[in-house]
Design a protein around this ligand. Structure first.
Ligand code: SAH
Length: 221
């Protein structure tokens, strides 16, 4: 191996290791989750100009004015799913770069993911198909309307923020299902994790966070 390549690989390992160290220090204590996050090439999911920062504890641009969340946020939301959800079918709203989708595909039998921006939808679809993921179904549309076919989900994860949970998303959850979504309130924005219990929702987790907004409709260009 040339020196240049071995230096690059060493650099890659160091930045991945530093991301994992940060996650562990923040309480992410799930070995399989950590090892999957260490194996996904996060630098391929961000805008090329920012790929050198891909493993840093910061959100980054992914195109179309959208951002990928920082590794800790992605890890927390995934950890909650691993802790509380059946790992059957999950619906993700906001495919974006496909990074969270990719992570979910390691743990769930089937991942359904919706993106409203055609350009991001196309990029994520190609990226994940090249990586050989077989258990992901993609949909270009408005996630407020839910999945286009009536399928009951074990979990729903929304990666964009709104001030209320769209009805179509709560309706498609099975009894006992898990909802993870960033909610914007006047004084305080946070990601919450709830369990559907009949007509009630039991809040299981909550942590402060900022996300891009959940918007209406789809963008075709
Ligand atoms: N999970 C993504 C995060 C992307 S940011 C990742 O790992 O990269 C949030 C994404 O939600 C953006 O791509 C945005 O276009 C998308 N989005 C916003 N409102 C939406 C809606 N109503 N339906 C589907 N996608 C939406």
């Amino acid at each position: 191996m040339s020196n240049a390549i071995s230096d690059f690989l060493k650099g890659t390992e160091a930045r991945v290791q530093s991301m994992i160290d940060t996650l562990v220090a923040e309480g992410i204590d799930h070995p399989e989750l950590l090892s999957v996050m260490a194996s996904i090439p996060r630098h391929e999911f961000v805008e090329p100009a920012f790929s050198h920062l891909a493993y840093s504890p910061t959100p980054l641009p992914i195109g179309r004015n959208q951002t990928i969340s920082q590794p800790l946020t992605v890890a927390r939301m995934t950890l909650w799913l691993l802790k509380y959800s059946r790992l059957g079918r999950v619906l993700e709203v906001g495919t974006g770069s496909g990074y969270q989708t990719c992570l979910l595909s390691y743990f769930f039998n089937k991942v359904h993911t919706i993106e409203r921006q055609k350009a991001l939808f196309d990029m994520a679809t190609v990226r994940l198909q090249k990586m050989g993921l077989q258990n992901v179904e993609f949909h270009h549309g408005d996630g407020n309307l839910g999945w286009p076919f009536a399928i009951q989900m074990d979990a729903v994860i929304v990666t964009a923020m709104a001030n209320k949970v769209p009805l179509a998303l709560t309706n498609c959850l099975k009894e006992g299902g898990i909802l993870i979504m960033p909610i914007e309130e006047e004084q305080y924005s946070s990601i919450g994790c709830w369990q559907k219990q009949g007509e009630r929702w039991k809040r299981l987790e909550q942590t402060p966070a900022q996300f891009v907004p959940l918007l209406e409709g789809k963008v075709d260009a």
